[in-house]
Design a protein around this ligand. Structure first.
Ligand SMILES: Nc1ncnc2c1ncn2[C@@H]1O[C@H](COP(=O)(O)OP(=O)(O)OP(=O)(O)O)[C@@H](O)[C@H]1O
Length: 247
């Protein structure tokens, strides 16, 4: 059974149809990619899953239960965590304190005390390789560490599913490869992943399957190689130079 399933979800902002009747499944243990041009509706899909706003129509089920329309904190507690495209660490707080805040939410319904949250933060910072940065002020980190902190905050919620929204934007090649390895390690720890990314090198190295949005509609869904070679996808998103860049 799918761990997460969206059934014909749409989001309308006044007159704008940002997402139009999109369906997809996320199977336990897989890494599913979501790609598409700027403004295609990718973040809107993540926001609907995470409960930032409800779908205008359609349903979302997590572990067989409906979650559309629930508040973000309830969805977090059920076991879905997400990162934000624009990374905003809590100002004035250390790296460890930022992660501890994540640890106090989520936790699959369990409440953590401040002490337990700090312990969980230590564990997660070790996992993502930020242990030696833990006492720095989070707003003083460079972009690669900030992205890793964003991942750590999500992991501190002990989620079953993580939605990664462009965690590689602004990274150099070496940092992208490190982020790819990190996401593989997260999958091996038993977490199911949806990843939104413009970095095709990462999509190719990470994903089992990928689906493509264009003007809010799903235009392709399938194994990565197949989708990235699909004529419609190349025309709508990847462009002619894609093959030269990635082959
Ligand atoms: N809160 C909002 N109010 C009004 N319009 C919105 C809102 N959020 C998104 N939109 C619009 O919905 C469309 C889809 O936006 P979305 O951010 O989901 O695209 P995206 O695929 O994530 O793009 P990008 O790759 O640039 O992040 C865009 O036209 C955007 O301007």
């Amino acid at each position: 059974m799918a761990i997460l399933q969206a059934n014909r979800i749409s989001k309308h902002f006044d007159g704008l149809v940002a997402v139009n009747k999109v369906s997809f499944v996320l199977n336990p243990g897989e890494i599913l990619g979501l790609i598409g041009p700027n403004g295609a509706g990718k973040t809107t899909v993540v926001n609907m899953i995470a409960g930032v706003y409800p779908p205008t129509e359609g349903e979302i089920h997590f572990k067989g239960k409906p979650i559309h329309g629930l508040k973000p904190y309830r969805i977090g507690r059920m076991g879905i965590a997400r990162t934000f495209q624009v990374v905003k660490p809590f100002p004035g707080m250390t790296v460890k304190e930022n992660v501890a805040v994540g640890a106090m939410f989520g936790a699959r319904g369990k409440r953590r005390s401040a002490k337990e949250a700090m312990e969980k933060a230590e564990e997660v910072l070790e996992f993502v390789g930020l242990a030696d940065q833990k006492d720095r002020r989070a707003d003083q980190l460079g972009v690669a560490f900030r992205k890793r902190l964003e991942m750590a905050k999500a992991l501190a919620m002990s989620p079953d599913v993580v939605l990664f929204d462009e965690v590689m934007a602004g990274l150099n090649f070496g940092e992208i490869d490190q982020a790819v390895q990190m996401i593989q390690k997260i999958r091996h720890s038993g977490i199911t992943i949806l990843v939104i990314e413009h970095v095709m090198r990462a999509i190719k190295n990470l994903c089992d399957r990928v689906f493509v949005l264009h003007h809010g509609e799903k235009i392709a869904d399938g194994p990565v190689e197949e989708v990235l070679n699909d004529e419609n996808v190349i025309k709508a998103y990847l462009g002619k130079r894609f093959k030269e860049l990635t082959h």
